[in-house]
Design a protein around this ligand. Structure first.
Ligand code: GLN
Length: 205
């Protein structure tokens, strides 16, 4: 049996349907990043209501304000459909807070999709925003990561794989089809993490 090359796997992401949760946050940047990563071989849509979730292969939960996104998820009756979603979730920053099992802020009722504990705004005021080269498992060279009032994971469960960490804690994980990142890969031009997510989805189709 031949092992497919990275290129073959990249270009076999034909027909993948990605939705970006479009309640608040940097939605258009995620849509552009996934369109780039798919290179025209898939569809990217903005998701504003529960009925749009079931047909997707992947759902991105963007950065923004996790208290606000969480409130709007409930207001739009999207909590149950997201919890029951069988595809992959790509969660960044505020999204990483929401998909955790435990969050250090009682105002958040997390979705509990990834077995990890997350601390919000983990870098404090001095380093509210910064950029760093973060080595990521599975990438040949470090990822130029943009952190904006970023969370970190402070605990991960046995089913959760750590992909990257910085001095304050864990900043990239995967669990099954899901990925969660403290930083904002959609804001730079590097699409390797979006492609990593898409390749795993394609493998299961
Ligand atoms: N600090 C924000 C929160 O916890 C996340 C910031 C972001 O998504 N850039 O909601």
């Amino acid at each position: 049996m031949s092992i497919p090359s990275a290129r073959t796997r990249c270009c076999s992401t034909v027909g993948v349907r990605i939705g970006v949760l479009a309640l608040q946050g940097d939605v258009s940047e995620h849509m552009r990043a996934f369109r780039d990563a798919l290179g025209g071989r898939g569809a990217v849509t903005a998701v504003r209501h529960a009925g749009a979730i079931g047909d997707l292969d992947g759902l991105a939960i963007p950065g923004g304000e996790s208290t606000t996104i969480g409130r709007l998820v409930d207001k739009n009756a999207m909590r149950r459909p997201i919890e029951e979603f069988e595809g992959g979730i790509f969660a960044t920053c505020a999204g990483m807070v929401l998909v955790a099992r435990d969050v250090d802020d009682p105002r958040i009722t997390p979705l509990g999709l990834i077995d990890m504990a997350v601390g919000r705004n983990a870098f404090g005021r001095q380093r509210e925003s910064f950029e760093a080269e973060v080595p990521i498992s599975g990438l040949d060279t470090p990822f130029h990561a943009i952190f904006i009032r970023a969370p970190v994971a402070t605990r991960v469960g046995p089913e959760t794989t750590v992909l990257g960490r910085v001095d304050r804690g864990i900043v990239a994980v995967r669990s099954g089809l899901h990925m969660a990142l403290s930083f904002h890969p959609e804001l730079g031009g590097d699409r390797r993490l979006h492609r990593m997510f898409l390749e795993r989805l394609q493998d299961t189709r």
